[in-house]
Design a protein around this ligand. Sequence first.
Ligand code: SF4
Ligand code: SF4
Length: 377
Amino acid sequence: MKFTLALTLECNLACRYCYIHKGQKHMSPETAGRIVDFIFQSTPPGEKIDIGFFGGEPLLEVELIKTIVGMITDHRLYESERVLFSVITNGTLFSDEIAASLKQYNITLGISCDGPPRIHDFSRIFADGSGSSGIVEANIIKALRFFPFMPVNAVYRPETLRFLPEVIDYFAGLGVRNIYLNPDISARWTREDVAMLPGLYESIGRKYIEFYKAGVPCHISLIDSKIVVILRGGYQPLEKCRMGKGEYAFAPSGNVYPCERLIGSDDGGEHCLGTINLEGPSMMKSCCHDAEHAVNEVCSSCGLHDYCMHWCGCTNFFSTGDYNTPGPFLCGSEKAAIKTAYGIIEQLGREGFTFSDHLAGTPLMSILGEVGALSAP
Ligand code: SF4
Ligand code: SF4
């Protein structure tokens, strides 16, 4: 079960592609308390609970994060081995003090950074238009001392797509070993963009192989997630989008959405499932998207059906207006990613790499121990 808490809609950045409608809304401890009850009530016994702190900028609310973690760990149904906490930040507010708090509360950290300064500062700017790359880069380097396998999330847009291989080089140079590449799903992607994907992904794939052979493997989500899926023979039911069933997102107001990407202006409209602030079982409608059983004509006859994320409801919605219908960019990206991952399995497999971590569904976990041993404070 995945629960995302948008603690505030405020942010100290003004990213050009931001889909959060900024406002003064902050989550109250009372609303947070109701969400904590909901989390335990709606999670089947034994199932893992993944709790993400989100925003706006969640590190504006460090005290609230501590309060909520306290509510959860004090809950009568809490079991430490079942619950994971994480926070995704824009990287501008990180400090040694915050790192110590996150460590103390067992919260893992992720930072959003789009790549080298001229790429990052294309979108991730302060309200006065100045770029945030200087402070974010310094904080990534600092944060890696505390969280050596920290994920970094890079968003790319049509204007920055062609620089993706450069983005990988930049992160590898900083010592980042866990890289997530995410397209801006609300951007206007063209046929020309889609045509560039196979070449770009192949280039990233060559870098992946180089890192692997050099003994400094790098988890690149685009590739590793597909290697896992190919080795396992397709996505398993629990790996697919479970929005509104195994995944909920909460706006600061207490409104409930099927996915954090659908909170938007928190207008309580089309995507909203209800509010946590009313009593009773009828407080929520159910989400109409069922990724496990969703059928669309084009994908059901596609040979890549089982390996493709055609079921991602929010990505589909932003490109076609329908939870069940993928757009051309996702389709092209998935085809290119699957082909690249397949090529890597073949090439590294011929050279004796076993992918045992991938088969276990935990890509590159072995390097966790390796870099964990280097972890300083
Ligand atoms: S850091 Fe996140 S919430 Fe803040 S402006 Fe950028 S995308 Fe929006
Ligand atoms: S989105 Fe494209 S690649 Fe994926 S299953 Fe549908 S047709 Fe196949």
